[in-house]
Design a protein around this ligand. Structure first.
Ligand SMILES: Cc1cc2nc3c(=O)[nH]c(=O)nc-3n(C[C@H](O)[C@H](O)[C@H](O)COP(=O)(O)O)c2cc1C
Length: 338
């Protein structure tokens, strides 16, 4: 990063990129800096082979990183030109974001950018406090701005049906020794580790099996650590019309705008990904909702905050490459200038 005009903005952008959420905090990304451009790659070595064999959730995480890069640049008054790259010859190159000229800082975007380091997954019980309709509408608009839909699950029969699918997928996964072994590799109590899910970020177990079945990260059966969870969580499924890798990246951008918007509105969020990770259940969820391809199930509500968990530093995930042509194929790309 030698150009003083772009060096600072690129550092800001990369610091934001690494704060994206990812399954089990695997951080499945790599970045290359080519002059004024950041290329975002899927890091296949960090894709979960059991829970996410096709890398769909890892692509979502990378899409969230792309969104953070753009938002962070906009937040400091720089424009960003983003290309999502469906290049069959380089399938792991997911996107490129170029730092462009100066741009007026929009206060709402700056506030959203300020949420990047503060947003975190909250696996604790939420309060029994309903999310107002105006807030729900804002969240849905956030998804639409990034080319996705946020399908709220609110009608009682549908809530029950989605809850049953989550339970079904959770049972399939917890009966799979390979899944459990994979989970054990990523959950830890090591304060020096910079990836994985630290035990301090886990919530208690639900005292009575409520509506939602959160992922069980450990086999801890201690009843004294059980707590009642909210009985009426707001469930939302993020969907897109297509389900190709580029749609998964796009969905990741939308997911991150929704999560940051939720944080900005004082909401907590967590994920219920079991039905996405079990293909037969994902198909059943898609058929039930009839709103395109589901990518992520979110639980949203009011609660008490936790704290962010570590990330690997920028230096470990970024390579500086000289400013030459990369021979990128931009055909079929999806671009945005903002
Ligand atoms: C696509 C995706 C799926 C996830 N699925 C789950 C899940 O099912 N259960 C869960 O507790 N957390 C889930 N997470 C949250 C990650 O564990 C979390 O993002 C990661 O540990 C980093 O923590 P942070 O979100 O607090 O920054 C998911 C995250 C992503 C991006």
């Amino acid at each position: 990063m030698t150009n003083p005009d772009t060096e600072g903005p690129l550092r800001t952008a990369l610091s934001a990129a690494i704060r994206a959420p990812s399954p089990h905090n695997t951080q499945p990304w790599r970045f290359e800096v080519h002059g004024d451009r950041v290329e975002v790659f899927l890091d296949r070595d960090r894709v979960l082979p059991v829970a996410d064999p096709d890398g769909r959730e890892a692509r979502l995480a990378c899409g969230a990183a792309v969104f953070n890069i753009r938002l962070a640049l906009n937040g400091i008054g720089r424009a960003a030109v983003t290309h999502l790259l469906p290049d069959p010859h380089r399938p792991d190159l997911l996107a490129s974001v170029r730092v462009a000229g100066n741009r007026v800082v929009i206060p709402s975007e700056r506030m959203l950018a300020e949420m990047i380091p503060r947003r975190h997954t909250n696996r604790r019980p939420f309060l029994e406090r309903a999310v107002p309709d105006a807030v729900k509408a804002t969240l849905m608009r956030a998804a639409e701005r990034e080319g996705a839909w946020l399908r709220l699950v609110e009608r009682p029969p549908e809530v029950d049906a989605v809850a049953a699918l989550i339970r079904r997928a959770d049972t399939v996964q917890s009966e799979d020794p390979a899944y459990r072994a994979e989970l054990r590799d990523w959950v830890h109590g090591d304060v020096n580790r910079l990836d994985g899910v630290p035990t301090r970020a886990l919530g208690p177990r639900a005292r009575t099996p409520g509506l939602i079945t959160l992922r069980r990260f450990t086999d801890d059966e201690d009843p004294s650590r059980e707590r009642p969870f909210e009985q009426q969580p707001l469930l939302a499924v993020l969907t897109t019309p297509g389900d190709a890798p580029i749609d998964q990246v796009q969905a990741g951008k939308a997911m991150q705008r929704v999560l940051l918007t939720a944080a900005d509105l004082g909401l907590c969020s967590s994920f219920l990904s079991q039905p996405i990770e079990v293909p037969a259940v994902r198909a059943a969820l898609r058929a039930l909702l009839r709103a395109g391809s589901p990518h992520v199930v979110l639980r949203l509500g009011y609660g008490y905050g936790g704290s962010p968990v570590p990330r690997r530093p920028i230096s470990e995930v970024t390579r500086l490459v000289s400013d030459t042509s990369t021979g990128m194929t931009l055909q079929g790309e999806r671009s945005d200038h903002s």
